[in-house]
Design a binder for this molecule. Structure first.
Ligand code: NAP
Ligand code: HSE
Length: 436
């Protein structure tokens, strides 16, 4: 059987998983690829670090040139995170005549245009299934299996770390810092987890999916995003009382006025598929005009699920399948955007609002008056007993609104926040309705 020689650049969580699959399951991979995927080199920064894997001698190196200068190596899995040196390394790999497979969504979301242009100009390919949804084959599905459809919407949980943290807080009562530490120890989080928890990682993934699904040319930084800072443990409990869970949801929805794109903590009714996604699992609901709705669910982070997607891309690249899809996709090409972005303040939603208010006559009517002035209709309102011994006269007030404009909800929230009877901690979250 013929051999395709491959290399791994970056032997961290994912790279080590990829090496495991290549070395321990070579026969299986060869059957699926129709050729042997031969691991020639694996590069790291620090040769002294324990990699928790035994590599045959001569494979591990800290010299990238041994990969770049070896014409026999045809496919390289680039599994270094962040922007630099990952961007430079990817360009070097392409220039040296090799195809790339990567899981680095930050790099694609930031420099996709430059990298894809260069790959096209050089007749090379970039495969990136692992960059969104970890082990879930969402890129292949959106770019190939939905091609008879106009995709109407995507809604998903795209960050495993934040979903893991929310689940730990919600189900085990864990505190935020401990839950984050556990997610890091399990290999889910980025080297700097800020982007996991502030919605940026999910926005980068949403930008990639939106490019594929809608042909929109959007920079991930233009996508409105909020993360776990937008709510507190108490909100998980109040939401549960109302029959909802809170999830960090990435949304892309075609509307008459354009494409709505945002990442935000959102209340989802218990029992709906997205509400029941736990731990580091990810999920995406895709609605196509012909196929209707589909639900994808699987491990969105972690060593072996992500390695599964990387190695599948290596097989597709070695067997020539990537070459066909890569050219047809025209991803990050200089073609015009097919759809405009709908400004976030023009989007609509139901809202969950929570305030700490003085337990005094007239306060409720002040608040409902402001909501009414901004055209926001109240669906339900719950005043809880005081929760703080320090402030026995302050009570949590939870309001669920009917559908309203984001602009009106933000303005009302700001106005309510300024009332002397209302504490600083004001929470406003979207509420997703519909079957998913
Ligand atoms: P990681 O554990 O931090 O590993 C990164 C590796 O890159 C380290 O082994 C590091 O080497 C190596 N590296 C850094 N600079 C290098 C250089 N100049 N030359 C050679 N190697 C270099 O990261 P990871 O979790 O595996 O993630 C890798 C990529 O996959 C990231 O883009 C991440 O966003 C993405 N991803 C991760 C997951 C996940 O669950 N972890 C899931 C999907 C996608 P040293 O070890 O010697 O420092
Ligand atoms: N840090 C990312 C997450 C890895 O937690 O989802 C998968 O992209």
């Amino acid at each position: 059987m013929e051999k395709t020689r491959v290399a791994i650049v970056g032997m961290g969580t994912v790279g080590t998983g990829v090496a495991r699959l290549l070395l321990d399951h070579g026969d299986r991979l060869a059957r699926h690829a129709g050729r042997i995927l031969w691991l020639e080199k694996a590069t790291v920064r620090d040769l002294t670090k324990d990699r928790q894997i035994e590599l045959p001698s001569g494979i591990l190196t800290d010299d990238l040139k041994l990969v770049l200068d070896d014409p026999k190596i045809e496919v390289v899995a680039l599994l270094v995170g962040g922007l630099e040196p990952a961007r430079t390394i990817m360009l070097q790999i392409l220039e040296s005549g090799k195809d790339v497979v990567t899981a680095n969504k930050a790099l694609l979301a930031e420099h996709g245009e430059e990298l894809f242009d260069r790959a096209r100009a050089l007749g090379r390919t970039i495969a990136f299934e692992a960059s969104v949804g970890g082990g879930i084959p969402i890129i292949a599905n959106i770019s190939q299996c939905f091609s008879a459809n106009q995709i109407l919407s995507l809604r998903g949980i795209l960050n495993g770390t934040s979903n893991y943290i929310i689940s730990q807080m919600d189900e085990q009562g864990a505190d935020y810092a401990t839950a984050l530490k556990n997610a890091q120890a399990l290999g889910y989080a980025e080297a700097d987890p800020t982007m996991d928890v502030d919605g940026s990682d999910a926005a980068q993934k949403l930008a990639i999916l939106a490019h594929l699904a809608f042909g929109v040319r959007v920079r991930w930084r233009e996508i409105y995003r909020r993360g776990l800072e937008a709510f507190h443990l108490a909100d998980l409990q109040y939401a549960a009382e109302l029959g909802y869970r809170i999830k960090l949801i990435a949304t892309a929805q075609l509307r008459d006025g354009g494409l709505e794109l945002h990442v935000s903590p959102t209340l989802i009714r218990k029992g709906r598929p997205l509400a029941e996604v736990r731990g580091a699992y990810n999920a995406v609901t895709v609605v196509g005009d012909a196929v209707g709705d589909m639900f994808f669910h699987g491990q969105g982070a972690g060593q072996m699920p992500t390695a599964s997607a990387v190695v599948a891309d290596m097989i597709d690249t070695a067997s020539g399948r990537t070459d066909i899809t890569f050219r047809r996709l025209e991803l990050w090409s200089d073609r015009e955007s097919k759809v405009e972005l709908l400004p976030y303040e023009q989007t609509t939603s139901r809202y969950y609002m929570r305030f700490f208010v003085a337990d005094e006559p007239g306060v409720l009517s002040q608040i409902t008056g402001i909501l009414g002035k901004h055209g926001i209709s109240i669906a339900s309102i719950i005043q809880h007993e005081p929760t703080s011994e320090k402030h026995p006269r302050q009570v949590p007030l939870v309001i669920m609104s009917h559908e309203a404009k984001e602009k009106a909800a933000t303005a009302a929230n700001e106005e309510i926040r300024k009332l002397s009877s209302v504490g600083d901690e004001c929470v406003k979250l979207r509420v997703a309705e519909g079957s998913k």
